[in-house]
Design a binder for this molecule. Structure first.
Ligand SMILES: [Zn+2]
Length: 165
């Protein structure tokens, strides 16, 4: 079954509180494997989409300033996203495009959402137009990044149908 939204060829997801949540009280995002779990509805929705050749492309665009503050390395951060994609879709996806902003909040960079840099980069990577791209997130900065990138946007609770939780 291919439960793709009509016309969408590229799905880009925010990570924290969109696909995953931390299991460590007081931490806004995980710093190492074992500190996160999938949000309800994510596996059901994403495993119903046909990914890769003939299906849809998958990207991650996440602000991860915790890297700049030394709470984890960029390698650990990326590895957790690879594990997240596997947990969410049911398979390793080496063709997924993972982008995260590792910069400190006080640093002016071109990637941190609500800037559209990461979304532009992912769309360029796959050669998919804004009109065929949907960004799914949970924060106003996600919605604003999608608007600036010219891509579609969906709130995580609508996309995953986990409303009320
Ligand atoms: Zn950045």
């Amino acid at each position: 079954m291919n439960a793709r939204n009509p016309g969408i060829r590229l799905y880009i997801f925010d990570a924290d509180d969109t696909l995953r949540r931390t299991t460590v009280p007081g931490k806004p995002c995980p710093h190492r494997p074992g500190e996160w779990e999938l949000l309800p509805g994510v596996r059901e929705r994403l495993s119903s989409i046909e990914w890769g050749s003939g299906g849809a492309y998958l990207g991650i665009a996440s602000n991860q300033d915790q890297v700049a503050y030394g709470h984890m390395t960029a390698e650990t951060c990326r590895g957790m996203f690879e594990d997240l994609i596997e947990a969410a879709t049911g398979a390793r996806r080496p063709d997924a495009c993972i982008r995260f902003c590792p910069h400190a909040l006080e640093v002016e960079c071109e990637c941190r959402k609500p800037k559209p840099g990461m979304l532009h980069d992912i769309m360029r990577h796959f050669g998919v137009s804004e009109a065929d791209t949907l960004f799914v997130g949970n924060a106003p900065t996600d919605q604003e990044a999608a608007r600036r990138a010219g891509a579609g946007f969906a709130w995580a609770w609508d996309f995953f149908g986990a409303g009320g939780g």
